[in-house]
Design a protein around this ligand. Structure first.
Ligand SMILES: [Zn+2]
Length: 293
């Protein structure tokens, strides 16, 4: 069964769906790192604990209508809530425009939602929950081959493509993080939280030597594994290149704003921007760009 939405209504429908998903992502971003249920209890004001009525929970509009304050206690509501909603609405509309009324759009909507949640949680807490990275990887390994198969690929080939993508994505980032850690140690560089206070550097027979790095975390490695399963090997390489460029810009902007170069910041926001940009760029665009120069 297919539901056809008249062409003129499609993008507004996509945007509204994105706004609603964005509202749900605010709950995920707030509750998942704290280990809380994302279903119960219903949304409430963090200051006065009053339940938020459905008409005060309309994405973006309620924030504007209430002038950014809780109706009951008047406490300021972070502008990030409507920002996440608006961003998700825009991204959903762009994906709907690019991929039309297809299964790809549904898959990439879920992909983008997972990336936005991971980016915000990493920005807040410098962690990426396994429920998003590994959970997303599991879902992608089932859904993406089913989508790819039938477009000139057998299901088995499509499954291999997702698996290779996951290995390439996680493998490239792990290699970068591992080499960076070893070179840093060799050069005698010190990091604030690596190793911990009074702790010795991990040695090769310890798991930490292989899995614990300064700067880039294992969370980023797992996130790129998930992205590789969705986008395939070429797509995840494009993502890593785009993320590096975005990371340079974001990191530079943060250093300028806070005057603190080398302050730790989550890399997932840059990865998320890179992965979503990759959906709209031609495959291996960096090669095309190089050829054009
Ligand atoms: Zn309140």
């Amino acid at each position: 069964m297919t539901i056809e939405i008249v062409p003129g209504a499609w993008l507004p429908v996509a945007a509204i769906l994105g706004l609603l998903v964005g509202s749900f992502l605010n709950v995920v971003i707030h509750r998942v790192p704290a280990g809380l249920s994302i279903v119960f209890p219903a949304s409430h004001c963090p200051a006065c604990e009053q339940k938020i009525a459905p008409w005060d929970n309309v994405p973006v509009l309620s924030y504007l209508w209430l002038r950014g304050r809780c109706r009951h206690c008047g406490v300021r509501i972070s502008a990030r809530y409507p920002a996440v909603e608006a961003l998700t609405g825009l991204v959903f509309m762009a994906i709907g425009w690019r991929f039309g009324q297809t299964g790809w759009t549904l898959a990439y909507w879920a992909f983008a939602a997972a990336l936005i949640a991971a980016a915000m949680i990493d920005h807040d807490h410098q962690i990426i929950p396994d429920r998003i990275s590994l959970g997303g990887l599991g879902v992608a390994m089932v859904v993406m081959p089913a989508l790819r198969a039938g477009h000139g690929l057998t299901y088995r080939d499509a499954l291999v493509e997702s698996a290779v993508g996951a290995i390439v994505g996680a493998g490239v980032l792990w290699s970068v993080a591992f080499v960076h850690a070893r070179v840093s140690v060799a050069m005698g560089r010190r990091f604030a939280h690596w190793p911990g206070e009074g702790e010795a550097l991990p040695r090769p027979m310890e798991p930490d030597y292989w899995l614990w790095f300064p700067g880039l975390g294992l969370g980023d490695v797992k996130l790129l594994g998930m992205i590789g399963a969705v986008l395939g090997p070429a797509g995840v390489l494009d993502t890593i290149l785009a993320s590096s460029l975005v990371g340079l810009v974001l990191g530079g902007a943060q250093a300028l704003a806070q005057g603190a170069l080398g302050r730790p910041f989550g890399f997932a926001p840059a990865i998320a921007v890179g992965a979503i940009a990759t959906l709209f760029l031609p495959p291996l665009w960096i090669l095309e760009l190089a050829r054009g120069l």
